[in-house]
Design a protein around this ligand. Structure first.
Ligand code: DGL
Length: 293
């Protein structure tokens, strides 16, 4: 039964350019099992990483308005490094009543973990060339001093889109993704624990979390692979704490579904992703017209 828009309990809104943010939703559900979530996959407009700042900002504002209209959201998780880098400040300025939680590449934890002092960072072009990322990098390097540390930064064009495409089929065909991961990691240099090698890899795109196994097979068993889902879930929990539901969600009633997933792209792809990664049934998944701004 499709969700009704009236009489819904407050939800936490979550959005991404596509299905990548489901990796953050996994962590959010584990951290707050009693919460209600509304997820927006903007797959008709993915990948964001190769779009202009203006486009991403306009989409982010539009999606936030839609989430508010659909579910009386009490907080919004921008489950996309690219949209966080480009748009989170303007979202905070526009929607002053709602806490926004963003995701960004985990450079600080990486500094704490690395022994060789060389850290690899992968993400989208949009994230890695943003002013926000540049500022983060400078801050982390200043804080790390006098510990010597170098970041090897690699934008992975096409990888998020290839991961989106994987979900079109019921069984993932990983060939394109494997080839892209191998190509980009090779360009970065050697991974491992020996001096001069990268012993830590920061996964700076929520899509890439779903190819963790492939990344692991390429960098070897000893390299730290870091993503941000858990930290974001804990931060969301803290910021939503004063607005938490005090009664369990009535998931069996229309309009009270504990989790609604919406996509502007292929409903079938979203259903496959929901099943594969979140063990959610197709009834949680809905199509929304990808209205242009
Ligand atoms: N999942 C997104 C991120 O974390 C964006 C991928 C894309 O659309 O380019 O950056």
């Amino acid at each position: 039964m499709p969700p009704t828009e009236a009489n819904t309990q407050p939800a936490i809104g979550v959005f991404d350019s596509g299905i990548g943010g489901l990796s953050v939703l996994q962590a959010l559900r584990a951290e707050m099992p009693q919460e209600r979530f509304i997820y927006w996959s903007d797959s008709a407009f993915a990948p964001y990483g190769e779009r202009s700042d203006e486009f991403i900002t306009e989409r982010s504002h539009f999606i936030t308005q839609q989430l508010i209209a659909k579910g009386k959201v009490k907080s919004v998780v921008v489950a996309c490094n690219t949209a966080t880098a480009v748009a989170i400040e303007s979202l905070r300025q526009q929607f002053t009543d709602i806490p926004f939680i963003g995701v960004e590449p985990a450079l600080k934890p990486a500094i704490g973990l690395t022994q060789t002092g060389r850290v690899g960072v992968i993400g989208t072009h949009g994230t890695l060339q943003s002013t926000r990322f540049e500022n983060l990098l400078q801050t982390v390097l200043n804080e790390a001093s006098p510990k010597t540390c170098a970041f090897v930064i690699q934008a992975c064009r096409g990888l998020a889109l290839a991961i989106e495409r994987q979900t079109e089929k019921p069984q993932a065909d990983t060939e394109e993704v494997e080839q892209l991961c191998a190509q980009y990691l090779k360009q970065m240099g050697a991974f491992g624990k020996a001096p001069g090698q990268m012993d830590t890899l920061v996964v700076g795109c929520t899509h890439y979390v779903f190819v963790n196994d492939i990344l692991r097979s390429l960098v070897g068993p000893d390299v730290n692979i870091i993503s941000t889902g858990l930290a974001v879930a804990k931060q969301t929990h803290r910021l939503s704490a004063n607005k938490l539901l005090d009664v369990p969600v009535q998931a069996d009633l229309p309009g009270h579904e504990a989790i609604q997933l919406w996509t502007t792209g292929s409903l079938r792809a979203l259903e496959h992703a929901a099943d594969r990664w979140l063990e959610l049934p197709p009834s949680c998944c809905h199509f929304i017209e990808p209205s242009k701004i």
